[in-house]
Ligand binder design. Sequence first.
Ligand code: RP5
Length: 168
Amino acid sequence: MDFVSVIMGSKSDYEIMRHCLQALESFSIPYEVLISSAHRSPDRTKDYIKQAESKGAKVFICAAGMAAHLAGAVCAQTTKPVIGVPLSGGVLDGLDALLSTVQMPGGMPVACMAVGKAGALNAAYMAVQILAIGDKDLAEKLLADRAAKVVQIEQDSKSIEVRLPNRG
Ligand code: RP5
């Protein structure tokens, strides 16, 4: 079965990454989620990638903070798309994780999202968009989601909107 694999470097990352999992659930995307660290459990991380690929993982989402090498370490083990979510937490407030995740050497791509909650959410959306390339129903769900956002913006605006009359 095709699924998305979500890996985070520490239990402390879960509070943010649950937003990613909720978004995957909203699109009915099967996922695996686990904690494995590039630094603290490198062998577990490497072994898991091979297992996940053989079970049908199509996209990897990797979230980590501080010297965030998880996405890069996973990229080293697979040619499936790897989406990185840099997280804040250290004294550099996520800038450390952002640079560690985004600055991959040529030929070894990690699709780096924003730091924190928006990045966690966008990682799920990016994974869905990748899977939707070959899945018409999923592509329709994405379009419906965009349409719902337009309606939401209009509703939010109405509650505070002030507009002056048109001239003439
Ligand atoms: C990273 O270090 C983890 O992804 C986490 O964001 C950060 C801090 O980890 P803990 O010390 O909270 O376990 O590897």
